[in-house]
Design a protein around this ligand. Structure first.
Ligand code: NDP
Length: 312
């Protein structure tokens, strides 16, 4: 049998989840956070974070998340290092199950389960992660300014990131696996107009090259089957993200791509008392600072919900 319902359960522990926890704890909501299997979220696989306001000298991603955690704990957040594997959001009291089978009840739920970058799945890509392999040009492009870099992908993200990199780097090699790009016409035009972006059509990556840091990529033209090497100090993977929202399927409205849909100007989902924040509901901005912002919004929305129900 589950304990009495918690006022607020937060699922996920990236910038959105911890910010929600800080606000909820300071509002006497006694939040319980379930960290998931990657405590700290995507910033744990980032090196320097230089674009989060308030850190003029930058900060390492893992250190930043440790600070977020300490701040959430300071106000009494109950942090549990467990994964949520099942939910029943149908009733007034929401039911949640951990991977060990514990049933948790909650009056309100804040979802901040984030998204995971998709990777090519190469051994070399994994080995050189954070040593030049990155899934975030906006985070890491600056470290390769003035250098030649490689980016894989042909959607809006890849086009946007290639354009972003072209303003920082001496040359951008864009590897496109087909003979056309999926990106919108306007984004494609920006790529075509940039003089220092070279598009390699019909090109797939066989291996990211480098021992301690990325030096380039070995690629194959999938029409001619010709193999070649391209130099680059960084290898950006921009082949899409997958929101971690599978457990909410059937309960919450989501886009075909799995991103949760929230009501305009709020973090409210289609179910009263369930709020969504961070990358689980945002495929446009996807920044730590925007995730933190929506985490704050979710806690304020949850507080208003609990107050209106006279639960707190
Ligand atoms: P998409 O799913 O739209 O595109 C992924 C791209 O990666 C495709 O070109 C795909 O190739 C390619 N790809 C996938 N797997 C591989 C692989 N194994 N090897 C090589 N290439 C691969 O993802 P995005 O992140 O680009 O965009 C997601 C959503 O967000 C879209 O709806 C997009 O419009 C939106 N968005 C909007 C922006 C804006 O409006 N400013 C900015 C960024 C995103 P293929 O085409 O061959 O399948």
């Amino acid at each position: 049998m589950a304990d009495a319902p918690h006022n607020c359960v937060i699922i996920g522990s990236g910038p959105a989840g911890y910010t929600a926890a800080i606000y909820a704890a300071r509002a006497n909501m006694a939040p319980v956070m379930f960290t998931g299997k990657e405590p700290g979220g995507q910033l744990m696989i980032t090196n320097d974070v230089e674009n989060y306001p308030g850190y003029p000298d930058g900060i390492m991603g893992p250190e930043m998340m440790e600070n977020f955690k300490k701040q959430a704990e300071r106000f009494g957040t109950d942090i549990r290092y467990e994964m949520i594997t099942q939910v029943d959001l149908g009733g007034e009291v929401k039911k949640i199950w951990t991977e060990s089978g514990t049933e948790i009840h909650a009056h309100s739920v804040i979802i901040s389960t984030g998204a995971s970058a998709k990777w090519l799945g190469l051994e070399s890509e994994q080995r050189l992660m954070n040593k030049g392999v990155s899934a975030c040009a906006v985070c890491d492009g600056f470290f390769f300014r003035g250098q030649e870099v490689i980016i894989v992908g042909a959607g809006d993200t890849a086009a946007e990131e290639a354009t972003y990199l072209s303003k920082l780097c001496s040359k951008v090699h864009m590897l496109v696996r087909r003979d056309e790009m999926r990106a919108s016409k306007i984004m494609q035009k920006r790529v075509m107009d940039a003089e220092n972006i070279e598009i390699h059509w019909n090109t797939e990556t066989l291996e990211v090259l480098g021992t301690d840091e990325v030096t380039g990529a070995r690629v194959i033209n999938n029409i001619t089957k010709e193999e070649s090497e391209i130099s680059g100090a960084a290898f950006f993977v921009a082949i899409g993200h997958k929101p971690n929202t599978g457990i909410f399927d059937g309960w919450l409205d989501m886009e075909d791509s799995g991103y949760l849909i929230t009501k305009p100007d709020s973090t409210k989902t289609n179910i009263d008392g369930v709020f969504a924040s961070g990358d689980a509901q945002d495929h446009v901005y996807r920044q730590a600072v925007t995730a933190a912002g929506t985490g704050c919004m979710a806690a304020l929305d949850a507080e208003r919900y609990l107050t209106a129900k006279e639960i707190i």
